[in-house]
Design a protein around this ligand. Structure first.
Ligand code: NAP
Length: 236
């Protein structure tokens, strides 16, 4: 059974991932305001504190890091200059920099612990279809942050596979994380369904099962892979 740090486990996809991992018998330290260890990733020192707390709670050994926490905030182009820039920087900080800080701590931890104790340290980064397809005009920052996560995942996979450190990314398309009507309205209403050949958005459980599998079961040779969960709304 693995010791797992999972960010953004308080709701949505993260809550479904936590449930899947706990049902499979893993030890999970979750994170979020409503449950788990609180840490606001807009504060650059918060991810390091979260890592240290998780390591302590998991008796000094973390096997898997899942970076799931993220924000999807509107940043209209016609905002005031400083508002647009701070919107850009906030999304980069929360979605990408916080994940990078945690990935760095994880790689350093596995290098320190050594392969005998941690035979394959695993990172699973929850990115987005937006990494490949782009997003709406108010979400340049979101798409860029997720593309950054994908590039970072591949870099880690290539850099440390020889040390038993594996890295994967998931690119979900629309995933129903709130009340159905509110969720669909917030993402453009019925129009978005017309763009999904499967005819529906993904469920958090579908993304969670993908994350659980990558975190514990996926073959090592898959390291560096990016898995789409989007009902064929974007194929590449
Ligand atoms: N839902 C989708 O359609 C979709 C599609 C593609 C990719 N994704 C990605 O999947 C991941 C989960 O999305 P979701 O839809 O499940 O999101 P969600 O329901 O809005 O939950 C977001 C999670 O991230 C945490 N979070 C938000 N702001 C934070 C901050 N400033 N610092 C630290 N943690 C913060 C939240 O914790 P609190 O409880 O503290 O707020 C919560 O646990 C995200 O990375 C998202 O970009 C989602």
């Amino acid at each position: 059974m693995s010791n797992i740090l999972l960010t953004g486990s308080s709701r949505g996809i993260g809550a479904a991932i936590a449930e899947a991992l706990l049902n499979a018998g893993h030890q999970v330290v979750g994170h979020g305001t409503a449950s788990g260890v609180p840490a606001d990733f807009a504060d650059p020192s918060a991810p390091d504190r979260l890592w240290d707390t998780a390591l302590e709670r998991l008796d000094g050994r973390i096997d898997v890091l899942i970076n799931n926490a993220g924000v999807f905030e509107s940043n209209p182009l016609d905002s005031a200059d400083d508002a647009w820039l701070s919107g850009w920087e906030r999304t980069m900080q929360v979605n990408l920099t916080a994940s990078a800080i945690l990935c760095r701590r994880a790689v350093l931890h596995w290098q320190e612990v050594g392969q005998e104790q941690a035979p394959d340290g695993r990172i699973v980064n929850v990115a987005s279809r937006a990494a490949y397809r782009g997003d709406s005009p108010a979400h340049w920052h979101y798409a860029a942050s997720k593309a950054g996560m994908v590039a970072m995942t591949k870099t880690i996979a290539r850099g440390y596979a020889g040390e038993g450190i594996l890295a994967f990314a998931i690119c979900p398309g629309f995933t129903m994380t709130g009340m159905a009507e509110d969720y669909l309205a917030s993402r453009g209403g019925d129009k978005l369904l017309a763009d999904i050949p499967l005819g529906r958005v993904a469920s958090p459980e579908e993304v969670a099962e993908t994350a659980r599998w990558l975190a514990t079961d996926a073959p090592a040779s898959m390291t560096g892979a990016v898995i789409d969960v989007n009902g064929a709304s974007y194929v590449r």
